[in-house]
Write a protein that binds this ligand. Structure first.
Ligand code: BMA
Length: 893
């Protein structure tokens, strides 16, 4: 079913004709030796053989059980609890295969497991060939001499991750490594920090507990005479002495027989090529080569700052015996620096990214796993999400440390789209053990992941973990004071002495941070665990406050970099209805409580909403449920907008020693299932109101209004690096009760700062209201935008309320009616709206028709408006008409 929901991404794929060919590149055209895929149908059995079925590899037990009809959709209603038994059992995957004699005759045979989830013992023809304990690693097991022509039996026995984690925790007797278990509201499993597996798979505050088991990535047999290439990397580096670029290429070999050959590197578009002698001796080795570029290159820029120019690099290895290895890869030229230096009149240090020498404000969000069953994540799902991010003017995402290192296609798309990646290592919200075997497996994981990902220009920073510095510093787990040094020692050992050490050795082209949030170099000075990792004078911060009025922008910490902040909302009824029945559609139902994994989450949403809106009170229960979902999305969009605009305005301000904010990554972009969360895109790809609004609050030129000490202030925030544009603010006061503009004002023409925020309009609110005659705080709203000297609109429309909409006077039911027409452009429909009174937070929802509107959740201050709906699958004006629901604030009470 999920496949169907997500299957519309081809429309996005079509949108970018280059995409398909770019994704298809980078395939190994030929490799040294023979490769036999063992993917496909395997047999799967539980521990007492009572369940036996065929299962796809790559895949997982849950997916197999569902596809074969043993269980229904695990996301349906309370099934996460009903299917807990699956994760508590142990499972065996079995396959048999043949190996042609001529292949077997080659020198060395290796079975390669690209990813096993997680703890397994693997046997071939009855002989144990290896064990796995880390889903983030690839495992290679030598099987030379163990293969037959036919009837080879390969078996993977997978132990319950829950049992394993608990055994490992029990065996750790000297001291606790907290937390033991997640909070009860998450209905999860315990001790996930003892297993190298997606930490959110044991439950999270936005996701279910599905401690999966499976062979989640491909399996193949490699047989070769002399050597094979394990992996290869390519990293452009700027050589400031020569004032030109080099491309460093590394080839990682597994050599069976000593051999010699040639390596040929070339970037045809830059007319650069070079040949190198290669001499290989038995064992594993890394060979590095430098291709000097003499021409000038076109740089790669983050989205919104220039093009994402990519060049093809070809790598050809020719061994004397005639064996060859060829690969093609996209490379991009860009530099990245994380700048932490003193700022005049502000204690502490700056914290911002400089790409190609230019300061870049990171605008984006946080990325979590796309599905609890990773084998079900398709390229289409990833494309939809990344295109949605880019459409919302995002240029950055943080791959959060409680999930998975994403699949290759994710990073390739980010390279193409210009989305910068803040890449966490997969450790989150916990302390971690440091036994030898744990450290060892982590070292291998980090080495492999850095080698896999470092060639992507989109990856701009590595970060050791999510919130673990803060967890120690602010004592989340009540550890006895006397034991603290022990935990700090473990922390430093894992993230600094091991992870950081490996990253610095493997990749000198991008910065490394130990944690997020952190004080960066200040944390380092304080022994890697700062007294207050949330200090706004240093590094990045995470900030959440659910009960405080989010309209009070003065309450937000004026941080250097906001890498997490956000508010929850519920996804649409059409998304929820796929996993619920109508009796669940009540905010106080068991279902509503069950899906909420954050303590008091449902209450927090309503309390926050109630500060400014009258809560829905329809007597029709389903209508009330729909309206309540709507009001949570209104609240979320409004809160995140206010907070994000505050950070963007702060980019060039220092107030009381704080400011120079240079990044906003709100929590969170996507969802793992259909439940309440901080996401702006629902599971299935539908945009919440917040996502529509992000398009505006992340616009390259933003007009942002606030009220400060009785004055209405309007700022122009510009990401531009060069243009010091002349702009004026155009301000209009509208009354809630009529379509007539009550009064219009214009600021003087102001030259606004490039890379900064400039005040363009200031007016006392009381004077404004007096001047406008017919307005009070409650009866009017202020709408504004920025215009160029020749009256072109250069920022999105924006508005500011002078009092809460719940006290709005004159706001009436707008009686919105609509017509839908096909525009004639493929899958684009024009919706014409008419209303009899001004309306606020006008929300269009077409239930299950995938696609999005050009604007949504908007203010309607004229009788007629038009909106475009772009569908992601073929549809008709009639289908849209039949499914379109329109809601505005005044309609819900
Ligand atoms: C931060 C994140 C996640 C969490 C989110 C919302 O702590 O790192 O762990 O889901 O807040 O609570």
């Amino acid at each position: 079913m999920n496949r169907v929901v997500w299957s519309f991404a081809c429309f996005y794929l079509l949108e970018v004709p280059f995409l398909a060919s770019a994704l298809a590149s980078e395939v190994k055209r030929a490799s040294l030796g023979a490769v036999i895929s063992l993917n496909g149908k395997w047999q799967l059995m539980n521990s007492n053989s009572s369940v036996s079925l065929s299962a796809e590899v790559p895949g997982c037990v849950h997916t197999a059980l569902q596809r074969q009809g043993f269980i229904s959709d695990p996301y349906y209603r309370f099934n996460d609890l009903a299917y807990r038994w699956i994760s508590l059992d142990n499972w065996t995957y079995t396959t048999s295969f043949s190996v042609p004699t001529h292949v077997r005759g080659k020198g060395k045979a290796v079975l390669v497991f690209e990813g096993v989830d997680t703890v397994s013992t693997i046997s071939l023809n009855g002989v144990t060939i290896g064990k796995t304990d880390n889903m983030f690693r690839r495992y290679d097991f030598e099987v030379t001499g163990m293969l037959k022509d036919e009837g080879n039996v390969l078996q993977v026995w997978i132990m319950s991750a829950v049992t394993y984690a608990s055994q490992r925790s029990n065996a750790h007797t000297e001291y606790r490594v907290p937390p033991d278990c997640p909070p009860p509201v998450q209905k999860g499993e315990c001790h996930v920090n003892f297993i190298r597996k997606a930490q959110s798979s044991f439950s999270w505050d936005w996701g279910p507990s599905f401690p999966t088991l499976g062979i989640w990535k491909g399996v193949h047999l490699e047989v070769f005479n002399t050597s094979r290439v394990l992996s290869y990397t390519s990293n452009p580096k700027y050589d400031s002495e020569r004032s030109s670029w080099n491309v460093e290429v590394e080839l990682f070999f597994d050599v069976f027989v000593a051999s010699k050959g040639l390596v040929h590197l070339s970037i045809p578009l830059l007319q650069s090529e070079a040949e190198f002698q290669l001499s290989l001796t038995p064992g594993q080795s890394k060979k590095s080569f430098v291709l000097q570029i003499s021409q000038s290159v076109t740089l790669w820029w983050p989205f919104g700052h220039g093009d994402q120019f990519l060049y093809y690099l070809t790598i050809d290895v020719n061994l004397e015996g005639g064996e060859t290895f060829n690969a093609e890869r996209l490379v991009a030229f860009r530099t990245v620096e994380l700048v932490q230096e003193p700022i005049p009149s502000s204690p502490g240090l700056s914290f911002y990214f400089r790409i190609n020498g230019k300061p870049i404000f990171l605008k984006g969000s946080n990325w979590i796993p796309v599905h609890a069953f990773q084998d079900q994540v398709t390229t289409e799902m990833i494309t939809i999400l990344l295109r949605s991010a880019q459409k919302a003017n995002m240029n950055a995402l943080r791959v959060w440390g409680g999930g998975v290192y994403e699949q290759d296609v994710f990073y390739k798309l980010c390279d193409l789209y210009g989305i910068m990646i803040w890449q966490d290592f997969m450790f989150a919200c916990a302390l971690y053990p440091t036994e030898k075997d744990f450290i060892q497996t982590v070292r291998e994981e980090v080495t492999q992941q850095v080698r896999r990902l470092k060639s992507h220009p989109s990856v701009i920073i590595w970060s050791g973990n999510n919130e673990n510095e803060a967890a120690i510093a602010t004592d989340w787990f009540n550890v006895p004071a006397a034991a603290r040094p022990l935990y700090v020692k473990d922390y430093v050992s894992l993230y600094v002495e091991n992870i950081r050490d490996i990253v610095l050795q493997e990749d000198s082209t991008r910065p490394f941070l130990v944690s997020s949030p952190t004080n960066g170099v200040e944390s380092e000075k304080e022994g890697w665990v700062a007294k207050d990792p949330y200090d706004p004078h240093y590094g990045d911060t995470h900030y959440y406050s659910y009960y405080k009025d989010c309209w009070d922008w003065t309450a937000f910490p004026r941080t250097r970099f906001a890498s997490e902040y956000g508010f929850q909302s519920w996804p649409s009824l059409s998304t929820l209805s796929k996993v619920s029945v109508s009796s669940d559609w009540d905010f106080s139902s068991n279902f509503s409580a069950h899906r909420q994994h954050h303590e008091d989450g449902n209450q927090q949403m309503l309390k926050q909403a109630e500060l400014h809106y009258i809560l829905p009170n329809s007597t029709d229960p389903v209508q009330k449920y729909r309206d309540t979902i709507y009001i949570t999305q209104v609240m979320q969009a409004q809160c995140v907008k206010i907070q994000t605009e505050f950070y963007r305005r702060s980019r060039s301000d220092i107030v009381e020693g704080k400011g120079h904010t240079m990044g906003t990554l709100y929590w969170q972009l996507n969802d793992i299932w259909q439940g309440p969360s901080w996401s702006s895109v629902e599971f299935g790809g539908k945009w919440k109101m917040l996502h529509y609004w992000a398009t505006d609050f992340y616009a390259p030129i933003l007009s942002s209004g606030i009220e400060d000490k009785g004055d209405l202030l309007i700022y122009a925030v510009s990401d531009s690096h060069s243009e010091k544009q002349n702009v004026k603010a155009k301000v209009k006061l509208h009354s809630w009760s009529s379509f007539n503009v009550v009064c219009s004002l214009e600021s003087n023409m102001t030259k606004i700062k490039a890379e900064g925020s400039t005040l363009v309009f200031q007016h006392s609110v009381s004077a404004l209201l007096k001047q406008c005659g017919n307005c009070t705080r409650r009866s009017c709203i202020v709408a504004f935008h920025l215009s160029s000297p020749d009256d072109q609109m250069i920022s999105p429309h924006n508005h500011i309320f002078l009092s809460s909409p719940r006290y709005a006077e004159g706001l009436q039911k707008p009686n919105i009616t609509f017509t839908v027409k096909d525009t004639g452009v493929v899958q684009n429909f024009i919706v014409t709206l008419h209303c009899s009174f001004p309306a606020v937070y006008v929300w269009l929802d077409v239930d299950n028709i995938p696609g999005h509107f050009d604007v949504n959740g908007f203010l309607m201050l004229s009788k007629k408006s038009t909106v475009i709906f772009g569908a992601w699958r073929p549809t008709t004006a009639e289908e849209i008409t039949a499914n379109l629901h329109i809601t505005s604030l005044r309609d819900v009470y």
